[in-house]
Design a protein around this ligand. Sequence first.
Ligand SMILES: Cc1ncc(COP(=O)(O)O)c(C=O)c1O
Length: 425
Amino acid sequence: MTQIHPPARLLMGPGPVDADPRVLRAMAAPLVGQFDPFMTDTMTEAMVLWRTVWDTANEQTFLVDGTSRAGIEAALVSLLEPGDRVLVPVFGRFGHLLAEIGARAGADVHTIETEWGTVFDPGQIEDAVRQVRPRLLAVVHGDTSTTMAQPLADLGRIAHEHDALLYVDATATLGGNHFHADEWGIDAATAGLQKCLGGPSGSAPVTLSPAAASAINRRKHVEAGIRTADDVAPHGVPILSNYLDLAQIMDYWGPRRLNHHTEATSMLYAARECARLLVTEGMATAVDRHAQHGAAMLAGVLGLGLEVFGDVGHKMHNVVAVRIPDGVDGDAVRGALLDDFGVEIGTSFGPLHGVVWRIGTMGFNARRDAVLTTLAALEHELRRAGFGAPPGGGVAAALAVYDKAAPMDLLASSYDTVVDEEARL
Ligand SMILES: Cc1ncc(COP(=O)(O)O)c(C=O)c1O
């Protein structure tokens, strides 16, 4: 066997996307011991940086080792006791995932559903909360399967007025769309690095409000072998997972440094660097960058004569779902894009599999050259597949967006120069 040597790719699907090379470089840094002062300082720095990304003052802001799903499962299994009622508004595949994980945690799961390609009016969610009276309202922010982003600003108030906590899966949105954990009253939120955050999958940033942290800590059962006489007698049923037990993980990230797992050091470096790059760029600037390149991609696919799926007014900035034209073999076009251009785009799941392509503009790939290359390549493959895309129509429409939005060039170049100022943080 030879050394790993992946083909050159431009990952323009719904995530993962290409990691920022600076994140990959950070991952190549040497390992240190788990209780080396450098290690614990790096954990503390990561907590500080991620508070800015989440826009929160939450002390309990840290990482769970594992992909985004580990973060979701950690939050749900730690917040929910068997029999607790949870309400999940489902508007795509990942809402179903929250319901599934809640059910496996033994919760009494209630769902409301809206058609894929739409989001809920907050009033619909409030009605359901009034009816179900859940202990937890659990919602996906951006459901990558449909590209829709559920407005969150009212949900914290709705949950709290009915004595519920609010959990949000922000995997697909964080870093590329506005997210204000404290302002929106979010009690628990989790993400993954591989979308707008510019890293590889494998680390799940988490933030917990004081209310969520104390609900979880009430059930803290410190495991035998490290438990001391000072550990208070626990209340309630132990958290059903040991690895994803946020009560013990908080003690590992907190001043007690109580050993839990062996922190995934290279992923810690990656997560710290993802956050450092975003904080250096400025969260608002990063969101604008995703909005601008997303708008260029949207204009570009329309310029190719393609139809966009769903309620575009509620689309995430960073991914667009495009209807596969009649008579075109969607998988064959995706395969040809990969073979001929090294460009990857995605299809979707369930009812949308083979019906739409999903094209992302996120993280390191929320860039003008990535957008224009993808549109040029897609035009070529569409025409080869017999679809009459107007020659140059996609690139021209995207360029028109960039030309109209003169600040875009400034933004794009400021991203590259600002994030290169290594010593700012
Ligand atoms: C909204 C959302 N939630 C959860 C996940 C699961 O993430 P992971 O595959 O990193 O575990 C994804 C993955 O695409 C996602 O888009």
